[in-house]
Design a protein around this ligand. Structure first.
Ligand code: TPP
Ligand code: MG
Length: 329
């Protein structure tokens, strides 16, 4: 897509860059913290896929809702969870967005529309459709977004959720993050139809496009159209975002035997953040010094978040049973 075709202000273009960099640096620090034993449980980072969360969520209002996956740190940040609240949650601290009770795969901030990340593959699709149904019943112009990976598209949830959204014209944006693998299983071996947009069109007559998921402007444009359609009552859309994760499936897991170093290198050369930096410079929207200043600010923010998480207290042991039993009669 030609850079000139995108009608975004310099401020918006820089904000997309800033968000992708914030996600990248946060993930790198969280991965380090995991290696140091400070983050209990599995930790799936979003490194390489930042353009999708940044490009989609830049089109959302605070009262729009997002349902996410096991790889949800980037969605949380892009929807407005602070780096401090995210890091504290992964460290199991009371100041975390789920009060330290959820960890990496159970991030909740409903007050800003982050309706939850989930360790189960698939339910975000149904939850997203369900929220869209509630918006339709309430005659609200809010929209619902369901993020999911290529590993979810042969799950029953995909077909039930897309079908329901299609027949009732629900305001839902289904965002497939096709990073070519479900853990170590290549998508090419998991399905005959590689194009997820084709599935949405063929089976559900849904507006669907395949986009370069490493191009934040392409994602932004596709999401902009889908959100406008949903708000106007035009029904659901599917964005099939082609991307690649450049870290292991989860921190600490082996990363060989199922993909090659050449493939990894080719995708690293298509880094979404470097591409956006080059565009900002070429388009005269920022100087090298401006980008350095953003990088310094992001680094300071993330350092602060990690230090905050490290220094924060764990939940009081006496509160362990809170939120389990109903307080009401
Ligand atoms: C219903 C269900 N089946 C299996 C698993 C185990 N599992 C965890 S992550 C994963 C792969 C998910 O792949 P994908 O949806 O492509 O997301 P990615 O990790 O590539 O972002 C699987 C199979 C699970 N968590 N839930
Ligand atoms: Mg995948």
């Amino acid at each position: 897509m030609a850079y000139e075709d995108i009608a975004l202000s310099s401020e918006q273009l820089l904000a997309l860059y800033h968000m992708m960099l914030l996600i990248r640096r946060t993930e790198e620090q969280l991965a380090r913290a995991h290696q140091m034993g400070l983050v209990p449980g599995p930790c799936h980072t979003y490194v390489g896929e930042e353009a999708i969360a940044a490009g989609v969520c830049a089109n959302l209002r605070e009262d729009d809702v997002v349902f996410s996956t096991h790889r949800g740190h980037g969605h949380a940040l892009a929807k407005g969870v602070s780096p401090r609240a995210l890091a504290a949650e992964l460290f199991g601290k009371a100041a975390g967005c789920s009060q330290g009770r959820g960890g990496s795969m159970h991030l909740f901030a409903p007050e800003i529309g982050l309706m939850g990340t989930s360790g189960i593959v698939g339910p975000s699709i149904l939850q997203g459709a369900g929220a869209g149904y509630s918006f339709k019943l309430l005659a609200s112009d809010q929209v619902s977004v369901a993020f999911f990976g290529d590993g979810a598209v042969s799950n029953g949830a995909f077909h039930e959720g897309l079908n329901m959204a299609a027949i009732w014209d629900l305001p839902v944006i289904f965002v497939c993050e096709d990073n070519m693998y479900a853990t170590e299983v290549p998508f090419s071996e998991a399905t005959r139809v590689q194009d997820v947009a084709q599935r949405a069109r063929a089976s559900y007559d849904m507006a669907a496009v395949s986009v370069d998921g490493n191009d934040v402007l392409a994602v932004h444009q596709a999401a902009d159209e889908a959100v406008a359609r949903a708000r106007a009552g035009g029904g659901p859309s599917l964005l099939d975002c082609k991307t690649y994760r450049t870290r292991p499936h989860a921190e600490g897991m082996r990363d060989g035997g199922y993909r090659t170093a050449e493939e990894m290198q080719a995708w690293k050369e298509r880094d979404p953040i470097a591409a956006q930096a080059a565009r900002l410079i070429e388009g005269g929207h920022a100087s090298e010094a401006d980008l350095d200043a953003i990088a310094a600010q992001v680094t300071a923010t993330v350092d602060d978040a990690i230090e905050f998480a490290r220094a924060s207290p764990f939940p009081e042991p006496g509160t362990a049973a809170d939120h389990i039993f109903s307080a009401g009669g």
